[in-house]
Unconditional design. Structure first.
Length: 399
């Protein structure tokens, strides 16, 4: 069995779903499943082909420099390549739009099944009326129709797709998986202290970690601004922010300018708070940061699931987050602290509560850790994907 994953961006460019499947790849290989990646050659100095660590083949294609058409060009290149390659198998995507349909049909005509892995919960039909509502339903339905299977990471994401008429026999719920060996709690106080020492943080400081791209949707400014209230009560408290300031999926000059303006505002606030707030940038040692922290904060307003939540839980960290659009309440709602309101004041109150109530924080951390160990391990998730792939290959491809 061969599965080709199509991603608009892939390693070394950081993008959530792509990075998640890059980590999955070696585990598929151990089960005898051949996987490869097709993606855009961006930046242009990347090779056309390379084998990543673990033997994952990555093929890169030249695409349009115009962000409005780059996905369409990528899918056309993928369709051309697969038409030239003999064989069958599965092509898995994470994006589907009306302008991609011709390429998707060509991929299917080449003898490949299509599997869509959904990564985000977009606004639904609740605020749309009349003809506009009908057009939205038809458009979304048509874009998902070529797929043999549609995989969502949570019940709320599955419900979002049901409103657009995706049939139940195509729907599969597979939650994100986390590497519980890499992302584990500190073995003892000594290891935790060493992690803190590497970051220049003292043993006794109250430390909160935020991880994610520095963009408006992730809303790190809420925690950065709330930190002023935290340090008023705990003067040595430290806020760590890790992630990329570069966003690979910017679709317009206006969006790029909005992000730049937002980032400047956040950096101004970070710099004004001195050593209490530290911007760490991209990190390849996130497991060290989790072990060094007391709390993980996730202030995003929209997400598919948020793999960093599971990484923090696997590290036995208490997690505090907003009830964002796409929040997987059925899966993790009982083991995270939800902020009541999308204001700086609400975040300050919630952070201070965990600082003042270490027993509550420990309780949240233990419950999250136990949940991950039961339901979000890589072995479980890989098995579920393998079952979907095997089931799809048993079905005929309708052209």
């Amino acid at each position: 069995m061969r599965v080709s994953w199509v991603f608009p961006h892939f390693h070394p460019v950081l993008a959530g779903a792509a990075e998640r499947f890059r980590r999955y790849a070696p585990h598929f290989g151990k089960r005898g499943l051949a996987v490869d990646v097709m993606t855009a050659r961006d930046p242009s100095n990347l090779p056309d082909f390379e084998l990543l660590e673990g033997g994952l083949p990555v093929r890169r294609f030249e695409v349009s420099s115009d962000p409005r058409t780059r996905d369409q060009k990528l899918y056309e290149q993928v369709a051309n390549q697969l038409a030239a390659d003999s064989g069958s198998g599965i092509v898995q995507t994470i994006k589907t739009e009306r302008n991609l349909l011709p390429a998707l049909r060509r991929i299917r005509a080449s003898g490949r099944h299509l599997v869509q892995v959904c990564t985000m919960v977009e606004p639904g039909l609740e605020d749309i009326r009349g003809l506009a509502r009908l057009k939205r339903q038809i458009s979304t339905y048509l874009t998902l129709r070529p797929y043999s299977a549609v995989v969502t990471s949570s019940r709320v994401m599955a419900d979002w797709h049901r409103q657009f008429g995706v049939p139940e026999h195509k729907m599969h719920i597979i939650s994100n998986g986390v590497d519980t060996i890499r992302f584990r709690p500190a073995e003892d106080a000594s290891e935790r202290d060493k992690c803190r020492e590497a970051l220049g943080v003292s043993k006794a400081d109250f430390v909160v970690l935020v991880a994610g791209h520095l963009i408006p949707r992730k809303r790190p400014h809420l925690v950065v601004e709330a930190w002023r209230a935290v340090t008023a009560a705990y003067p040595s408290a430290v806020l760590l922010l890790a992630g990329s300031a570069k966003r690979p999926t910017v679709r317009s000059f206006e969006e790029e300018q909005d992000i730049a303006s937002y980032q400047q505002s956040v950096f101004d606030s970070i710099n004004a708070q001195g050593a209490n707030v530290r911007w760490l940038g991209e990190r390849s040692d996130m497991e060290v940061l989790y072990r060094a922290a007391d709390v993980f904060a996730f202030p995003t307003e929209q997400e598919g699931f948020g793999n960093v939540i599971l990484e923090a839980m696997s590290s036995r960290l208490p997690v505090i987050c907003a009830e964002f659009r796409g929040f997987p309440k059925a899966e993790i709602g009982g083991v995270v602290a939800l902020v009541q309101g999308d204001t700086v004041e609400a975040w300050a109150e919630a952070l201070l509560k965990l600082a003042r109530e270490p027993i509550l924080a420990e309780h949240l951390g233990m419950n999250g850790y136990a949940l991950v160990s039961r339901k979000f391990t890589l072995d479980l998730v890989i098995s579920q994907f393998q079952q979907v792939y095997q089931g799809v290959l048993k079905k005929p491809i309708s052209h």
